[in-house]
Design a protein around this ligand. Structure first.
Ligand SMILES: Nc1nc2c(c(=O)[nH]1)N[C@H]1C(S)=C(S)[C@@H](COP(=O)(O)OP(=O)(O)OC[C@H]3O[C@@H](n4cnc5c(=O)[nH]c(N)nc54)[C@H](O)[C@@H]3O)O[C@H]1N2
Ligand SMILES: Nc1nc2c(c(=O)[nH]1)N[C@H]1C(S)=C(S)[C@@H](COP(=O)(O)OP(=O)(O)OC[C@H]3O[C@@H](n4cnc5c(=O)[nH]c(N)nc54)[C@H](O)[C@@H]3O)O[C@H]1N2
Ligand code: SF4
Ligand SMILES: [Mo]
Length: 739
């Protein structure tokens, strides 16, 4: 079976490569062939965040890329890029980029990096990997990845026989949401979320600061709702941008959302305003839920949340009025307080009572194109994976848990399942995973650390070998096959020759594979050949898609929503939407969500709250020249009353110290604002870079992650709750600046 399709693959690929402008051939000389062929634009999809908007890169007269715009045919962006995507060329032109492979060495008794050629770097890595594999097995190698480059390394790891592959977009981001929605509807919401925002009559946002969180089509659709004067209910202790435009702003006391959600459930059920036919037909456990929330009245929740009971009741009625065209948004970054899966279960249950799953204006059923998977020989079965290290923890996780792999890499792991080598591809773990100390202890316990990045981010400082990846504008990557209302396939083609000695991840894994006799897995010269073959299987080609940028698969509206006439099966144990979950009960978790109070800040301390700014993505854009100009540092948002207590003015420079005595490495200025409550401070995540090679962003602002020494782990799936840290102000620098 494999052999036949393999031969096909090679034949088609070689034909394709001859007929098209394959990437590496395009840059065979210094004269861009795009110019010679008179090609004015090349399709790509954006890598500045993970929404992956499809766009066009335009060339100037000399054949140099000069602007990126959205592809009008792409439903994920509708022809418009966000400020970050528009500044994508800044990733390509950044003079601070990693330029050559680096190998850690000792010079004059001090550790430093020496520049290496690619063959030296590959040989070095392969020999260290070989040693780990011989002594411990391939299972002892772990891959942390995020983004397109990681996909290539993921295939290398599977081919080697390691299943220890994890991304922070799960246990530091949306993992609890996926587990909660799976546990309720038998399906996750995934990315892009299957929220039918443009058709909603009511949108409820719990945190979820859309507009600052700039996920493109989602924000565009929300703007149309605002224009249409649809009902927006924003639950946020901070007056977020969207809260300022909403009909109802519920300035909830942080960490108490569960009480509000349960009270809303109470009102829907006990005031008889839920979608009765839908609930009767599709749900399981209604009577249990009804008695569970009997006492959870708006008055009860008001005493916990600091909200007004009337407002809780009124907003529940607003949702019911809009039902089923109502979305209680499932959120995205939901790893907050450790009971996150249960909080999002409450969100899912609310949606079920409102009848919004599978209904227009609620959650649509998304579509994805069927692309034949990348052809490769079979993968060996690992002898063990991260799952076998859990020891009864996180029993309902649906994906690999980064922090569980860190635990397996830590010196305190006394089991025989140990991680001995890390590959870190496209994730700045130091800024991404809370409890930095533990991450660093695990890093220092490795025999090999390879970091593949485009920039000299903090994580590169812990590497034995740093491999410079070229930016997304200089390479092919996998076809984008995002779920949405309709399926689309988008392509990323190189628009420029890789700068310096940088290389695509697809090239790196091909080189490494040869050292392990696995080259059959990476049988291409240029990754474009694989894309051409895959596109050939769906009746297209790279050359055709180059002209259009996308393949659209239009779909009837009927297919997007529930067919009310025929029976609907859900992929849960009962085949119904589970308001009551036996699966959770069997694992020893609450079958229905329960409110538990969370610790409060001690006297003189404030809860550390954080979020996004529209012009930045995590820690990856702070050094981008264009975006740095728009926002070069973060500020510490404080309420006037807190400022008064501490005698802080707008612009006062402060360091923050957390509950464990950890002081921020750098200061940031106070932003005095009525938009904050008196129990928290707020900052935008992604600043406070401590790596000097990041010349534009080094020392600018405070890194929230270094103040997150307390982690509230979600016992159900291992998510790292990050909002249980408390900080106070310090007006003088710390004694030692940590880097
Ligand atoms: N511009 C930009 N956009 C992005 C990203 C980016 O880096 N930059 N990253 C993308 C990614 S991967 C993700 S996961 C999303 C993250 O974005 P979201 O999923 O929207 O993140 P949240 O943590 O829900 O939102 C932060 C908001 O939660 C509020 N909040 C804090 N504590 C509480 C609380 O106890 N209760 C309630 N109700 N609210 C609280 C904060 O005040 C803040 O307004 O953004 C995505 N979009
Ligand atoms: N304190 C704190 N921690 C958080 C969050 C938070 O808000 N606060 N948010 C959480 C969330 S929601 C998420 S999804 C995660 C995100 O976590 P990460 O994905 O780790 O996000 P970044 O910090 O942007 O790190 C991305 C890294 O990829 C590199 N990179 C960019 N482009 C490329 C490329 O083309 N190739 C390669 N090889 N590398 C590239 C960047 O230079 C950077 O080092 O963080 C989580 N952690
Ligand atoms: S939302 Fe912005 S940064 Fe994210 S993929 Fe789209 S254009 Fe790029
Ligand atoms: Mo995320």
């Amino acid at each position: 079976m494999f052999q036949a399709s393999r031969r096909d693959f090679i034949k088609i690929a070689s034909l394709g490569a001859g007929g098209l402008l394959a990437g590496s051939q395009l840059w065979a000389d210094s004269d861009p062939l795009y110019k010679r062929y008179g090609i004015k634009k090349i399709p790509t999809y954006c890598e500045v965040c993970f929404w992956k908007c499809a766009g066009w890169v335009h060339f100037d007269k000399s054949g140099k890329p000069y602007k990126i715009v959205g592809n009008k045919a792409d439903p994920l962006c509708n022809g418009r890029f966000c400020p970050r995507g528009t500044a994508g060329l800044g990733m390509y032109t950044d003079p601070d980029r990693l330029k050559v492979p680096l190998i850690r060495t000792v010079r004059d008794g001090k550790q430093t990096y020496k520049e290496a050629t690619w063959p030296q770097a590959i040989d070095y890595i392969a020999s260290k990997m070989r040693k780990i594999i011989d002594e411990h097995g391939a299972e002892s190698l772990a891959l942390f990845n995020h983004g397109s480059g990681g996909k290539h390394f993921s295939r290398l790891f599977k081919a080697l026989g390691s299943g220890n592959i994890a991304a922070p977009s799960y246990a530091q981001c949306r993992g609890p949401r996926e587990v909660a929605f799976h546990g309720t509807f038998g399906a996750g919401v995934n990315s892009p979320e299957n929220t039918d925002i443009k058709n909603a009559k009511c949108l409820v946002l719990i945190g979820s600061h859309l507009g600052e969180n700039m996920h493109n089509a989602q924000v565009q659709e929300m703007s149309t709702l605002i224009d249409k004067k649809a009902c927006i209910i924003a639950v946020d202790p901070r007056l977020s941008t969207v809260a300022s435009k909403s009909n109802f702003w519920l300035p909830i006391k942080p960490a108490t959302d569960m009480a509000l959600l349960l009270a809303w459930i109470h009102v829907l059920i006990h005031e008889n305003i839920y979608d009765k036919p839908y609930v009767e037909r599709h749900t399981f456990g209604f009577e249990d839920l009804k008695s569970h929330v009997r006492e959870m009245t708006p008055e009860w929740a008001a005493s916990i949340t600091g909200l007004k009971a009337d407002q809780i009741r009124e907003t529940a009625w607003e949702m019911a009025k809009a039902s089923p065209a109502v979305i209680v948004h499932p959120g995205r970054h939901v790893t907050w307080y450790g009971d996150d899966t249960q909080r999002i279960r409450a969100v899912a249950i609310l949606n079920a009572l409102l009848g919004s799953w599978g209904r227009k204006g609620g959650f649509y059923f998304p579509a994805k194109a069927k692309i034949p998977s990348y052809p490769h020989p079979g993968y060996p079965k690992p002898k063990w994976t991260w799952k076998d290290t859990l020891n009864g923890r996180y029993t309902m996780t649906g994906s690999a848990v980064t922090n569980a792999i860190i635990d397996a890499s830590h010196p305190d792991n006394t089991t025989d399942k140990k991680i001995k080598g890390w590959f870190v591809v496209g994730t700045n773990l130091i800024h991404t995973i809370p409890d930095q100390k533990r991450t660093i202890e695990a890093l220092n316990n490795q025999e090999l650390v390879v970091v593949v990045d485009t920039m000299p981010m903090e994580i590169t400082g812990y590497a034995d070998v740093v491999l410079p990846e070229c930016t997304y504008l200089e390479r092919f990557d996998d076809l984008r096959n995002s779920q949405f209302r309709e399926a689309t396939i988008a392509v990323r083609m190189p628009v420029a020759k890789p700068k310096y000695l940088s290389k695509p991840a697809s090239w790196m894994v091909r080189k490494l594979s040869k050292k392990f006799g696995l080259q059959n897995h990476f049988d291409y010269y240029d990754y474009g050949e694989i894309l051409d073959w895959q596109l050939g299987q769906v009746g297209s080609s790279l050359e055709k898609v180059r002209k259009k940028g996308l393949i659209n698969y239009p779909r009837s509206e009927k297919a997007m929503y529930m067919d009310e006439a025929s029976p609907m099966g859900f992929h849960t144990a009962t085949g119904k939407i589970e308001l009551y979950s036996f699966a959770m009960e069997d694992e020893g978790y609450d079958p229905m969500p329960v409110y538990t109070p969370h610790p409060e800040p001690p006297d003189g301390y404030y809860r550390l709250n954080y979020g996004r700014a529209p012009m930045h993505t995590f820690s990856r854009t702070a050094n981008n020249a264009h975006l740095n100009q728009l926002m070069s540092t973060n500020n510490i948002w404080v309420s006037p009353s807190v400022a008064k207590k501490w005698n802080l003015k707008d612009g006062t420079e402060v360091w923050l110290k957390n509950q464990d005595g950890k002081v921020s490495s750098f200061p940031a200025e106070i932003r005095l604002t009525e938009r904050m409550g008196n129990d928290s401070v707020y900052m935008v995540h992604g600043f406070g870079h401590s790596e000097k090679r990041l010349t534009k962003s080094y020392g600018k602002g405070i890194c929230d992650t270094e103040l997150m020494t307390k982690v509230m782990i979600d016992p159900i799936m291992g998510g790292t709750g990050m909002r249980g840290n408390f900080v106070t102000f310090q007006l003088t620098p710390p004694n030692t600046i940590e880097t």
